[in-house]
Structure formats: structure tokens, C-alpha cells
Design a protein around this ligand. Structure first.
Ligand code: NAD
Length: 497
């Protein structure tokens, strides 16, 4: 671990926004060290008020036998400084290495991933000259909880977990972000036509919270058409808020169609911690050649400066960077015969930006910002607990014979409390009663025991039922209790029910 102060003329006694802010920096792998050196050089020249503590994470740490990629002393630095500027790292090939990015997001509670995707026509060629989208992605939940189980010979499950506080936090964050940055419209993307409970809650919360922000235009799109429109007409969008997996996919689509993956940065924001990085990887193919474009990391660092209340420095650097881009001083990845005037390496690009500090772009839209602290803090709405009643249970069984009538005949004799067999599904599709023989069935069956009128039963009834079934050879591989919340079913129907 090493320390350095970037701006020597700032003192801790200065007013908020002018104080030296301690941050943790990782120089990463591959092109990481080159682009970090270039970025820090620009920050220093622009007068960023930072006390830097460098830590090692990534390939070296993985290969030393630490499967998490991050050593204890790095955690100490993060715990203390709470802000991380991270260069890309290389995750070694092979099983057993845990993704450092996912670990950092989850351990540090970085619930919001904010990724601006902007085009810079005509200086960086693009098919979408009017694109200026910010994708705000929920960063901790959804299928990324990584809870997977093999349940039968044929079926493996991955749990999609979506929480109300998690959804509310990211949706409120998106609205606050839009207000703070003068954005006009938010598009929420979900797949609630299929996932009526999880995505349905996200969409419902978007509508509910949206009522507190009448100044912002609001719309909802099903993720598939939303992703297609984003790819074809990104200029239709302003801010997009969505769940983790969809956000992961559409933020790469947006970066790709902007024509400049090397120019995008991203912020991962939590209540106490924040992490800033370029969206690209460690590019081992060009490492050590002074060819990499440092812009993605630089723009992430500008998000960081804004976050810690040094928006004045961020604005100054952004304008110098825009001026450099429009003067055609380009690294290899964006160099083109029509608009580029000079092909430069990583460090020369940084020097060109430094030489333009204090200048504004002539053609591209200049950045405007201030010194205000732009940290967004979210307060969740207090909600009373719902009245929760047990009305049934879905018992999942492995049944290799695949004869649903036999299975139903065996199971329908078993009742407990007010629960009786009402439905059997296979991969979500109802196959009993009145199934269609054409439905393909695996060895994984869901047997729904429920009170037809939603009359409550006891938890003990569920245990008795499972015990009785196990005595005749039907061993549960999993169960899901069916509850109502204030009388509303907290479960969906079977497909075809
Ligand atoms: P990559 O983003 O590193 O590279 C893809 C292509 O883009 C390469 O041709 C590369 O030369 C080019 N490129 C990337 N950044 C560039 C830049 N700044 N300037 C110019 N060209 C650039 O993706 P990859 O090759 O799939 O992954 C390489 C390594 O990076 C892998 O080990 C992967 O796990 C890791 N990775 C890390 C992060 C992270 O730390 N956040 C993110 C993605 C990938």
C-alpha cells in the first residue's frame, strides 16, 4: 500500500468541496497501470484535491492463491476511504476464482450502477449522433444473487431475488439522478408480462414513486422491445432504470452502439461506498504498448470527482477532454482518416488534455457543473408489515416415471389443514388436471397443495404433508410456501391454469 497527495495546496481545514479527499486507487492489470497513470496525471494537473492510497487487487493477488482477488489490507483501505478508483483487472482463466467486481459490489453495498453512453459526432464516427443515455442498473440482486442448485438429474435452478427495498432504492436513485442532472425522461424496463411478481413489483414501484416526480416524463417498456429500440434508436432515451441482468445486457448494447466502448466510464454507488471504473477490460492484447485510450477511466474519474463534491475540477477536465477529442487528437482505437488529425499514445493523449485545461469545446456541447456535493442519498418509504397468511405449499418432486396421472392419483389422497392437491406443473406449465399430452416434461414436478378458497392452514400442516408424502416415496427436493399478503396471493398461477 502506498500514499500520495495529488494537490499540495489544499488543506483539510478548507470548506466542504475544497478539502483533500482520501481515495483508494488500484492500478489493475494489462493496460490498467498505463491508463491509471494517464488519468491521475490529468487529475493532478487540473487541481483535484485527492489523497491517494494505492492497493493491489486482481491477477497478482489471484495467482498468489487468494481466490477472492483482494487481500485483507486492501479491504482496510476501502473501509477507511470509502471511494475506489479502479483500473480494469484480469481474472485468470479457470474455475475457482470469484469475480472481484461482483464481490466489491455486494460487500460494499454498491446498489446503483450508473453508466452514461454519449456519442461525440462527427469527431468519433457513430450511426447515432444524438445519443446521450444514462443507464441506471440495480447492482446487487436479481439472478446475480448467484443462488443455484441442481435439484434433479435434469433440472438446475437459479433463484431470481428481487426485494422491495432494493427496487425502491434504485428507482428513487434514478429519479433523483434525473432531477440533479436536468434529465427530462426516465424509461423503466422490465419483463413483467412474464414475471408478474418480481418484475411486476419493480414496475409497480416505478409507477408509485414516479408520482412524486411529476416534472419528469415517465414510460415503461418490456425489456425485449426496449433493448431493440435502444440498439436501433438510442436517441429516444434519456435515463433508463432497470433490474440487474437486463441492465448488464443493455448497458453493453448502449456502449457498443455509441461506437466507443473505450470512451465510457461507470459509477457503482452505495450509501457509504462508491467505485468508479472504465467499462472495458484489461485489454492484454495491447498492454504495455502505450496504445490504450485512457478516456473510459478518465470519464469514470470525473464521475468520482462530481460524487465527492469536486464538480468544478470535473467540469474543467471534461471540457479540456472534449476540446482534445474535437481537435482530432485520438488514440488508435478511435483514430479515423476523416476526423482525426494526430494519432497519439496513452500518455501523449493525457498531455494533450492537460495542455487544454481551461479551454472549452468549440463544437461539442460543453460540460457545465459546479462545486456542489452531488451525492444522492435515498430515504426509503416506511411501510407497515402486511398480514401474511399461509394458504398452501408448492412441493417440488423428482419423479422419473413421467406419468403425471399416476403421480396425481398417488398424491391426491393426501390432505393437510385446508390444503389439497390442486395442480401439477412441469417447468411452470400446468400438466394436471387437464394437461396437454404434447407438453414436454422433465423429471422435475411442482405439486401445488392449496386451499381452493385461500383459507389459511398451519405451518405444521405443511410439515405433516411432506412427512406423509415421504413415507410413500415422494421426497421433496424443495418447497415454496404459498402466502397471501393482506389477502393478495403472493404467488402466480401455473401457465395454462
Ligand atoms: P477488453 O475490454 O479488455 O478488450 C476488448 C477489446 O477492446 C480488445 O481488442 C482491446 O484491445 C480493446 N480495448 C479495451 N479497452 C481499450 C482501451 N482503453 N483502449 C483501446 N482499446 C481497448 O475485454 P476482454 O478482452 O474480453 O477481457 C480482457 C480481460 O479483462 C479479461 O481478463 C476480463 O476478465 C477482464 N475484464 C475486466 C473488467 C474489469 O476489471 N472491470 C471488465 C471486463 C473485462
Amino acid at each position: 500500500m502506498s500514499q500520495a497527495t495529488l494537490s499540495s495546496n489544499a488543506r483539510p481545514s478548507m470548506p466542504a468541496g475544497t478539502q483533500v479527499v482520501p481515495i483508494t486507487v488500484t492500478h489493475g492489470d494489462g493496460i490498467g497501470p498505463e491508463i491509471m497513470t494517464a488519468t491521475l496525471k490529468i487529475l493532478q494537473a487540473a487541481g483535484a484535491r485527492l489523497q491517494i492510497e494505492s492497493i493491489d487487487v486482481g491477477e497478482k493477488v489471484y495467482l498468489s492463491g487468494n481466490t477472492s482477488g483482494i487481500p485483507p489490507e486492501a479491504w482496510e483501505s476501502l473501509q477507511k476511504n470509502k471511494i475506489l478508483l479502479k483500473a480494469p483487472i484480469t481474472t485468470p482463466q479457470g474455475a475457482g476464482y470469484k469475480s472481484l467486481n461482483v464481490t466489491l459490489r455486494k460487500v460494499l453495498g454498491l446498489y446503483a450502477n450508473v453508466r452514461p453512453c454519449v456519442t461525440y459526432p462527427p469527431f468519433v464516427p457513430t450511426a447515432h449522433p444524438a445519443m446521450d443515455v444514462v443507464i441506471i442498473r440495480e447492482n446487487e440482486e436479481d439472478l446475480y444473487a448467484g443462488i443455484e442448485h441442481r435439484q434433479t438429474d435434469e433440472v438446475i435452478q437459479c433463484l431470481k431475488l428481487v426485494s422491495r427495498p432494493g427496487s425502491e432504492k434504485i428507482i428513487r436513485y434514478a429519479f433523483e439522478f434525473a432531477r440533479l442532472h436536468g434529465r427530462k425522461k426516465i424509461t423503466c424496463m422490465t419483463k413483467d408480462n412474464i414475471m408478474k411478481q418480481t418484475d411486476g413489483m419493480f414496475h409497480k414501484l416505478f409507477r408509485e414513486i414516479g408520482q412524486e416526480y411529476p416534472d419528469i416524463q415517465q414510460e415503461h417498456m418490456i425489456i425485449d422491445i426496449g433493448a431493440a429500440r435502444l440498439a436501433a434508436q438510442p436517441e429516444l432515451f434519456d435515463v433508463i432504470v432497470t433490474l440487474n441482468l437486463y441492465g448488464d445486457i443493455i448497458s453493453d448494447i448502449a456502449a457498443e452502439v455509441s461506437g466507443s466502448v473505450g470512451l465510457a466510464g461507470s459509477a457503482n454507488i452505495g450509501e457509504d461506498f462508491a467505485l468508479f471504473e472504465a467499462i472495458h477490460g484489461s485489454a492484454p492484447d495491447i498492454a504495455g504498448q502505450d496504445k490504450a485510450n485512457p478516456s473510459g477511466l478518465l470519464l469514470a474519474a470525473l464521475q468520482m470527482l462530481t460524487h465527492i463534491g469536486q464538480g468544478d475540477v470535473a467540469t474543467k477536465i471534461q471540457n479540456a477532454w472534449l476540446r482534445t477529442i474535437e481537435e482530432g487528437i485520438h488514440t488508435t482505437d478511435i483514430f479515423n482518416e476523416n476526423c482525426s488529425t494526430q494519432k497519439v499514445g496513452t500518455q501523449a493523449f493525457a498531455d494533450a488534455v492537460i495542455a487544454r485545461l481551461g479551454q472549452s469545446p468549440k463544437f461539442l456541447k460543453p460540460a457545465v457543473g459546479g462545486q456542489k456535493n452531488e451525492r444522492i442519498s435515498i430515504k426509503l418509504k416506511e411501510r407497515p408489515l402486511a398480514k401474511k397468511e399461509l394458504v398452501g405449499v408448492d412441493i417440488f418432486l423428482q419423479f422419473n416415471e413421467k406419468d403425471v396421472e399416476k403421480m396425481a392419483n398417488d398424491l391426491k389422497h393426501y390432505k393437510a389443514g385446508n390444503m389439497e392437491l390442486t395442480m401439477i406443473t412441469n417447468r411452470g406449465v400446468k400438466v394436471w388436471p387437464n394437461g396437454n399430452p404434447a407438453t414436454f416434461c422433465t423429471d422435475h414436478w411442482r405439486c401445488r397443495f392449496k386451499s381452493p378458497d385461500l383459507i389459511p392452514s398451519e405451518f405444521q400442516d405443511v410439515l405433516n404433508l411432506m412427512f406423509k408424502l415421504s413415507l410413500v416415496g415422494y421426497h421433496a427436493i424443495k418447497m415454496e410456501i404459498l402466502y397471501t399478503f393482506d389477502g393478495e396471493p403472493g404467488f402466480t398461477l401455473g401457465q395454462g391454469q
